[in-house]
Design a protein around this ligand. Structure first.
Ligand code: ADP
Ligand code: MG
Length: 238
């Protein structure tokens, strides 16, 4: 069992990620477009046609996955800084992921504190937790439990995400959040956790991870409450 506090500042490279991500999307699109060109040949054998079509499909899926990890909620609007009701935000995200959970026979259990307001960009917050919960569900391909609970104090809202999935080795834990690090082969982007760390950092939050191979993984997130933010601002002004 390893416990680790990963400071959100781990990923300074994130600022340059926009360019890298557009590159990650462009690559498969270029490949797909190349094969579409080949498909325009009238004399292509049935066999080749089938093969090329499946490559095109795979490449398009690949681009789609990058977009999912990065832009699920992106709207063409300016970044917002709003009051977020943690409970209702999490409910929305769970609704989105319920079909994926059903597909993997994952049961989602929730235990939310009544109140809990933090400040941040709603879109980004939802992207962050979609990525975390998606990984948790994907870590349980033959079923399991995903428990999401929240607690709040005057200073912090904590969000705990526990799965009974495959777990991570120490090396995997160390590399968590590294851009393009994935153990999912062609099905992974390795961008999800990087996005998570960058969003949590932007919200002044912290992340703890605990994992054990074959047992599961627990992520703990801590965000300053609105009361805590107001206090801090008063101290700065005074
Ligand atoms: P991807 O999901 O595309 O592989 P992520 O950045 O979302 O990329 O995650 C990186 C890696 O971290 C995953 O490939 C997986 O090895 C590991 N990981 C993240 N969350 C979990 C989890 N809940 N259980 C087990 N492994 C996880
Ligand atoms: Mg992921």
């Amino acid at each position: 069992m390893q416990q680790q506090l990963i400071k959100a500042e781990k990923l300074k490279a994130v600022e340059q990620m926009g360019a890298a991500i557009s590159h990650e999307i462009r690559n498969p699109l270029t490949a797909a477009s190349g094969f579409v060109q080949l498909l325009q040949d009238d004399y292509l054998s049935r066999q080749k046609r089938k093969e090329y079509l499946s490559i095109v499909k795979e490449e398009l899926n690949s681009a789609e996955r990058v977009i999912q990890d990065y832009l699920t909620f992106a709207k063409p609007s300016l970044e917002t800084y709003e009051e977020l009701n943690v409970k209702s935000e999490l409910r929305q995200i769970i609704n989105i992921l319920q079909p994926l959970a059903n597909q993997n026979s994952v049961e989602i259990i929730t235990d939310f504190s009544v109140i809990g307001f933090i400040k941040g960009d709603g879109q980004k917050f939802r992207q962050c937790f979609v990525n975390v919960l998606k990984n948790a569900i994907e870590s349980m391909p033959s079923g399991g439990y995903l428990t999401i609970s929240t607690e709040f104090t005057q200073s912090f809202v904590t969000i705990k995400v526990e799965d009974t999935g495959v777990g991570m080795t120490n090396e995997q834990l160390d590399r968590l959040g590294e851009p393009f690090y994935s153990t999912k082969g062609k099905k992974g982007t390795g961008l999800g956790m990087m996005v998570v760390y960058s969003i949590v950092r932007a919200m002044d939050g912290s992340i703890w991870v605990e994992s054990e191979i074959g047992k599961g993984t627990t992520f703990l997130f801590e965000f300053p409450t609105i009361t805590a933010i107001m206090k801090k601002e008063q101290t700065i002004r005074a």
